[in-house]
Design a protein around this ligand. Structure first.
Ligand code: ZN
Length: 221
């Protein structure tokens, strides 16, 4: 009889513990929807490679500025975030015969080494027609998930930033040589004065990071 009571009590404790565990888990997932996800933020160019240039504005600098804001925003949602670079540096080695190729190859290696769930390459666009503006996303079809992520991002960019641009494909070396899911985000045109002003604005950078983060949450779920 005593033993039966003990067993009932034990079962009750177990049920309470299980219920509490699921409640905590639900709360964590609610507040930290990217909990435990490994995401690489990849600011394009750097060091000897400035990317696009418009007057005194270098693409590599804006890429890094916006990437750092994006890193913090993703981390606030629970993601484990790595950066391919956190300063103005080139990832190639002095032994690389092709510097650009070496730089991109090391970025791919980083994704692989950390077993990343996702990468987000951050770039700025340029066009000789300075009226061209807006955000666009590019993906390579090496992983079918890339198109899904690209579509989600473009939908949110259209709603939040009224961009008229469309989802495009890319066959650039880095994107066709990694099966880790990810896309290239061209955050705007540094050749367009309206976009350029926005891209340098801290509030705009945070808005961009928020839209990218909510798209990633949607993709991950
Ligand atoms: Zn670029």
């Amino acid at each position: 009889m005593k033993e039966a009571k003990y067993r009932t009590l034990l079962l009750l404790c177990f049920c309470i513990a299980l219920f509490s565990f699921f409640q905590i888990e639900a709360k964590v997932m609610d507040e930290l929807p990217l909990f435990g996800k490994i995401i690489f933020v990849d600011p394009g160019h750097g060091g000897r490679d400035p990317g696009a240039i418009q007057g005194s504005t270098y693409e590599k600098d804006l890429n890094l500025e916006i990437s750092l804001v994006l890193r913090d925003t993703l981390m606030e949602k629970g993601a484990i975030v790595y950066m391919t670079r956190e300063s103005d540096e080139d990832l190639s080695s002095k032994w690389d015969p092709l510097k650009k190729r070496g730089d991109l190859y090391r970025r791919i290696l980083m994704f692989r080494k950390k077993n990343a769930d996702l990468y987000l390459s951050i770039h700025m666009n340029y066009h000789s027609d300075h009226s061209q503006r807006g955000i666009e996303v590019l993906y390579n079809s090496i992983n079918p998930k890339n198109k899904i992520l690209g579509t989600i991002l473009m939908d949110h960019f259209k709603k939040d930033f009224y961009t008229k641009r469309i989802l495009k494909t890319t066959n650039l070396y880095m994107y066709k040589n990694t099966t880790v899911p990810g896309v290239l985000i061209e955050c705007g045109f540094i050749s367009n004065s309206y976009d350029r002003g926005n891209l340098k604005n801290k509030d705009y950078q945070k808005r961009l990071a928020n839209t990218i983060t909510k798209s990633v949450i949607e993709f991950m779920s």
